[in-house]
Design a protein around this ligand. Structure first.
Ligand code: ADP
Ligand code: MG
Length: 156
């Protein structure tokens, strides 16, 4: 099952992410996909706000991992530049920890991702419009999507 929505503008994307954040639990894993500028970091800023993070959230492209504290810890990663040496980063500590993991460009490290995860795909549809898709893998994420979908329909 794939869930799809249209998001018009940064504010709508962030509010949408904020609503998802309310349902997140320790250990949840979100794999963010989409080209440069699709809105992965923008979406994560909304998630952070929804988790009660007070710090400014910006792209972890160069640091790879940034950690924030809200209602739950938030581990924000961007693996665009990790290259082949993924194992040496010690990502498992985060992936199987008690925070919420959000990984931009997760498909680049597909082999080391948790089997059960929510894949979120963003697509630029021009100007301020983005398409967003949720693809749940595993019981936890199927339930999360069902519950979120039942109270978060925006657009179609
Ligand atoms: P990514 O992390 O995928 O590279 P960013 O979130 O850094 O993308 O950048 C998204 C860009 O698109 C920002 O400049 C943002 O202002 C712009 N934008 C326009 N409309 C939207 C929208 N509806 N949702 C998210 N970003 C949007
Ligand atoms: Mg980004």
């Amino acid at each position: 099952m794939t869930y799809r929505w249209t998001l018009s503008g940064v504010a709508e994307t962030q509010q949408f992410a904020e609503r998802l954040a309310e349902r997140l639990r320790p250990g949840d894993f979100l794999a963010l996909e989409g080209d440069l500028g699709a809105g992965k970091t923008t979406f994560t800023q909304g998630l952070a706000r929804g988790l009660g993070v007070k710090q400014v959230v910006n792209s972890p492209t160069f640091t790879i991992i940034k950690e924030y504290q809200g209602r739950l810890p938030l581990y924000h990663m961007d693996v665009y530049r990790v290259g082949d040496d993924v194992e040496s980063l010690g990502l498992d500590e985060y992936f199987f920890g008690d925070g919420v993991c959000v990984v931009e460009w997760a498909s680049l490290i597909e082999d080391v991702l948790p089997q059960e995860r929510l894949t979120i795909i963003l697509r630029n549809e021009g100007a301020d419009t983005r398409r967003i898709e949720f693809v749940p893998q595993g019981e936890r994420y199927v339930t999360l999507c069902e519950e979120f979908d039942s109270d978060a329909r925006t657009g179609d």
